[in-house]
Design a protein around this ligand. Structure first.
Ligand SMILES: *Cc1c(COP(=O)(O)O)cnc(C)c1O
Length: 471
């Protein structure tokens, strides 16, 4: 091409570009309509650049190659798998629990084939969707009955709306929590049609505070697990056992919103004991609500277990139909719950627990193996070293606890433009085919390797890392 006479009139026509091998390949993969669109965009961009005199006119093949690259980039799914190296096992923004293989298989069957979802195979007539997991939930929690909804927020909403609509719901001021994502207890109450009655103070609530608040308009007493924070110092809260005795004597139902809701004693795996759902049921709560995708390690879901006549009332509320769970997750929940029947092998089979209990020495060995590939991929502007760090469970589970972990810290070599260079590194890692999500802490980019299981895939993925500094 002659550099002296670059004008927009020299830009190849769409038809001409379509004949190139790159455009043929694009059409075969993405269809002719999308390819023509992409070529039009590419030629428009060329026209703008040539018009300003800033560039020479590229050939038809180069324009087609641009169009193909754009189509390929655009075809990457929005719901992309990422490497969660944040050090938070249950990261709400990264989808919380990773499902067990058994749950994945069950969900796949439910997607591919017709399912006995609301069909009683023994009787050959209509059945109930809840009965797929009711028996397992009762077995694992000791409750009389159970029902399942879309998530725990929905579970709390359904209970409040069923038992306290137009009535009062009593909560300790120390438990009026915001979980994040606009789930605030007072607002949920208002939407459920319940009138909030706050008792006690932020740091101290006594049994007599609850007792004084109970009156004929009381619909419910609510106890909420303060999942994501802890009040320390001069504090007093009333035990679930004491509240349940009071609730029973006053003929008022007690809901214990556990949030995370674990089905096993975490102490047997070396973690801090967290009240189990069975313990909350045994201490006398009439209903207990908990999430499917937090400590339980299953798909997003909300469970309500407890007294049979109360569960029956929940199921009669028309809102239940709007909050119900789909067959794919229900199948995955059943498979997940079945794993709990063998606690000895649970830490092997349930990814959430497996990652939570992974010993630091194992993780450090991963860090040692990955140090040189990571250093090489990051390039000469960064130094890399293996570090000790602390992971957290996340999603409001065991909020005050961290578990010892290990990782790789990348720091900017030299002193200039540290912040900019770290940001560029983080952006480049996020731009990989499988984005790598870490965290920036004290002038370092930290990759906590607790949740990395496929090292080979991680290294392959790093090969395309390009750290570019933007201004
Ligand atoms: C997480 C949590 C919720 C909300 O549960 P989702 O399953 O995220 O809807 C409600 N209450 C408590 C105490 C929680 O920890």
């Amino acid at each position: 091409m002659d550099a002296g006479i670059s004008t927009p009139s020299q830009i190849p026509s769409v038809d001409e570009i379509l004949k190139t091998p790159q455009a043929q390949q694009a059409a075969a993969r993405f269809g002719r309509t999308r390819t023509v669109d992409a070529i039009r965009h590419a030629t428009a961009a060329v026209r703008r650049e040539v018009g300003t005199g800033a560039a020479l006119v590229p050939g038809a093949e180069a324009i087609a190659a641009d169009a193909l690259l754009w189509l390929e980039t655009d075809a990457r799914p929005n719901a992309r798998a990422v490497f969660n190296l944040t050090g938070t096992v249950l990261h709400t923004n990264l989808g919380r629990a990773i499902l067990a293989e058994a749950a994945v298989d069950a969900a796949t069957v439910a997607m591919r084939q017709a399912l006995a979802l609301e069909f009683d195979l023994a009787q050959g007539k209509r059945g109930e969707r809840d009965s797929l997991v009711r028996g397992l939930l009762c077995e694992l929690t000791g409750a009389e009955d159970a029902t399942t909804v879309n998530n725990n927020a929905a579970a709390v909403l359904l209970v409040l709306n069923t038992l306290a609509k137009g009535k009062e719901a009593i909560v300790s001021r120390g438990e009026l929590i915001e979980i994040g994502g606009a789930f605030r207890m007072p607002e949920i109450m208002a939407r459920a049609g319940a009138r909030l009655v706050e008792v006690g103070t932020t740091n101290r609530t006594h049994e007599k505070d609850y007792a004084a608040a109970i009156n004929p308009k009381t619909g419910l007493i609510l106890k909420v697990h303060t999942s994501n924070y802890r009040i320390e110092g001069f504090t007093k809260s009333v035990s679930g056992k004491t509240i349940s005795t009071l609730a029973r004597a006053s003929h008022v139902p007690l809901l214990n919103d556990l949030g995370s809701g674990t089905l096993v004693d975490l102490a047997r795996y070396g973690l801090t004991h967290e009240q189990t759902v069975a313990e909350a049921v045994a201490e006398g709560a009439d209903l207990v609500t908990f999430s499917g995708d937090k400590l339980l390690g299953g798909p997003q879901a909300g469970f309500i277990v407890g007294r049979r006549e109360l569960i029956a009332r929940l199921n009669r509320n028309p809102m239940k139909r709007a909050l119900r769970i789909d067959k794919i997750r229900l199948a995955a929940i059943e498979a997940t719950l079945r794993l709990y029947r063998d606690p000895d092998r649970l830490a092997e089979r349930l990814p959430t627990l497996r990652m939570m209990v992974r010993p630091r020495a194992d993780i450090e060995a991963v860090a040692q193996r990955l140090l040189s590939p990571v250093a090489a991929a990051a390039g000469p502007h960064f130094t890399a070293e293996v570090i000790a760090c602390a992971s957290q469970i996340g999603s409001g589970s065991l909020p005050a606890e961290t578990v010892p972990s290990a990782g790789i810290a990348l720091r900017v070599a030299g002193t200039s433009g540290k912040g900019r260079r770290l940001a560029a590194l983080a952006a480049a890692l996020r731009a990989l085919d499988q984005p790598v999500i870490g965290r920036i802490e004290n002038d370092a980019f930290i990759l906590d390797l607790r949740c990395l299981e496929d090292e080979a895939a991680f290294v392959r993925n790093l090969s395309t890392l390009r750290v570019e500094e933007r201004r």
